[in-house]
Ligand binder design. Structure first.
Ligand code: F3S
Length: 388
């Protein structure tokens, strides 16, 4: 790989061992994928913030980096962690978990990362169209590439952190225009009846597209939050890091996406009925979703635990929506989500959610079963008593 003089010096350790380690990670990655150079990035988004998913190995690695004097050199945002500190009375966690999570957060903060603690950092720090980024968190990656026109690969936690420190990423994959061309035509032959059916169809596309960029034909007039959830579903169904809604279709392999394909995904992911907890906000809710939810909740009273997860930034930017939602008895939770937190410790066996991504990960991560239901149905479930 070609390196500039400055990059050579950084790799040789002239600017300290922290930057040297970050450069080593990036150069190794670049060599692996045949990159010819490193590109400067505008921002990095780092995953592996929740102690639940990162574990003790991450703490050791971060301690080493801090000792080596590493610091983020570009805007670096963070994915959700394992709890919302404001809810410590509700989500009572063993002391060792709380202290490990706090330690992880302190280490990331010491490295200069911003405590955004969300999977939707783009509503707070909007990347410019055409800018190069190094983002982990697959749902944010798809959104950045497909909706915002930024350029990022689907980074892992260590490579996103290394990019945050070095301010660079190897030039391969979706950083190169030739790799952003569609490689599969996903022909939507039906009009999804709600977000759950749309996102389940997206999950199916993710499964069949593998690492190709799918061109989704037949989907018109989707709102921002529907696109956000669609990308998240595709990324959890497979390796999708970008989709497109238009472009030439000649020569593309074609797959039909109909109600049956969506139903087959729903059948696999939705395996339960009565929820102990209702959850919206995977990915974290935008303002638009909170406003919709206020409409659904108007005059209603919540009778089961109902978590609406979003970012600190969104919560702080629309206090009137938050107030209206919480007046019903629902909780607007920040910094975490039901997937990366320890809901099993609340005695939860079944979660209702509108997110196929959450439905895909929750059984493995928390041993809970999931009922997929759209936002309106989730509100109905939250406002009904249940038979148990
Ligand atoms: Fe975000 Fe948690 Fe879903 S991090 S994308 S809400 S699994």
């Amino acid at each position: 790989m070609f390196l500039t003089k400055e990059e050579e010096k950084a790799l040789d350790g002239e600017y300290g061992p922290g930057l040297q380690l970050a450069m080593r990670i990036l150069v190794k990655l670049g060599d692996l994928f045949g990159a010819e150079r490193l590109l400067p990035v505008r921002s990095a988004h780092v995953s592996g913030i929740s102690y639940k998913t990162a574990g003790d190995a991450a703490i050791g690695f971060l301690e080493d980096l801090c000792e080596m004097g590493a610091r983020a050199s570009v805007l670096a945002t963070t994915n959700p962690c394992g709890f919302d500190e404001r809810l410590s009375g509700l989500l009572e966690l063993p002391d060792h978990i709380v202290s490990a999570q706090k330690k992880l957060l302190a280490l990331y903060e010491h490295l200069g990362l911003k405590m955004t603690l969300t999977c939707i950092p783009y509503y707070q720090f909007r990347p410019e169209r055409g800018s190069h980024l190094a983002w982990a968190e697959s749902s944010a990656v798809v959104y950045a590439n497909s909706v915002m026109g930024a350029f990022t690969n689907r980074e892992g936690a260590p490579s996103a952190l290394a990019a945050a420190i070095a301010g660079r990423t190897p030039d391969y994959g979706l950083h190169r225009p030739e790799n952003r061309q569609p490689g599969l035509l996903a022909d939507f032959s039906f009009r999804p009846r709600d977000e759950v059916e749309l996102w389940a169809a997206g999950f199916y596309v993710g499964q069949v597209a593998r690492d190709a960029v799918p061109l989704l034909r037949g989907l018109k007039g989707l709102s921002d939050w529907e696109l956000k959830g669609l990308g998240a579903a595709m990324a959890s169904g497979g390796m999708t890091a970008m989709f497109t809604l238009e472009g030439p279709t000649e020569g593309l392999e074609k797959v039909e996406v109909g109600r049956e394909e969506a139903a087959s995904v729903l059948e696999k992911l939705s395996t339960a009925e009565e929820p102990d907890l209702v959850f919206l906000g995977c990915p974290h809710c935008s303002r638009e979703e909170l406003a919709l939810l206020v409409e659904h909740l108007r005059g209603r009273e919540v009778k089961r635990p109902f978590w609406i997860c979003t970012s600190r930034h969104i919560r702080a930017s629309c206090p009137e929506l938050v107030k209206a939602i919480e007046a019903s008895g629902a909780l607007v939770v920040v910094d975490t989500c039901v997937v990366v937190s320890w809901v099993e410790k609340l005695g939860v066996d079944v979660v209702a959610t509108n997110s196929p991504k959450a439905a895909y990960y929750l059984p493995g991560l928390s041993g809970v079963r999931v009922r997929l239901a759209n936002m309106r149905e989730c509100v109905e479930l939250a406002c009904s008593k249940g038979s148990g």
